[in-house]
Design a binder for this molecule. Structure first.
Ligand SMILES: [Zn+2]
Length: 136
């Protein structure tokens, strides 16, 4: 059974009827596995599903994408390195009895944070979700 996988605002023409200048298209996986982009009307007509059912599938697919993105991010060496760097900063504070604050504190973790952010963004792009859609 064909399934709605999400929406795409970078594809603005329906592959069914050719209608153009759509705000977004619905990404549909057909029974044969082919991925197509349809406008909302053609998405309903071709799947035989209600708008509510399609929206529900889109939301489920988005939630799954967010979970996958988060799992990838949490497993990434860059995220782990960032956590390690923060732990290092705390250990240093305990050892010296002085917390790094302000600019010095930020500078201590800056490189690790930037690397982690780059990976977060790349993973978010891969799953087509916002970099801020998953915690950590
Ligand atoms: Zn169409």
């Amino acid at each position: 059974m064909s399934k709605a996988l999400g929406t795409d605002d970078s594809v603005n023409a329906c592959m069914c009827c050719g209608k153009a200048n759509l705000k977004f298209t619905v990404i549909i996986e057909l029974d044969n596995g082919e991925i197509v982009h349809y406008g909302q009307v053609c998405a309903r007509r071709n799947t035989g599903k209600t708008q509510r059912a399609i929206t529900s599938e889109i939301n489920a697919a988005k939630a799954a994408a967010v979970r996958s993105a988060q799992a990838d991010y949490l497993a990434s060496p860059e995220y782990l390195a960032e956590r390690a760097r923060f732990a290092e900063r705390e250990a240093l504070a305990r050892k010296t009895g002085t917390d790094l604050i302000g600019r010095a504190a930020a500078e201590f973790v800056r490189e690790a944070c930037e690397a982690a952010m780059a990976v977060r963004k790349a993973i978010a792009d891969k799953y087509r979700v916002s970099p801020w859609s998953f915690p950590a």
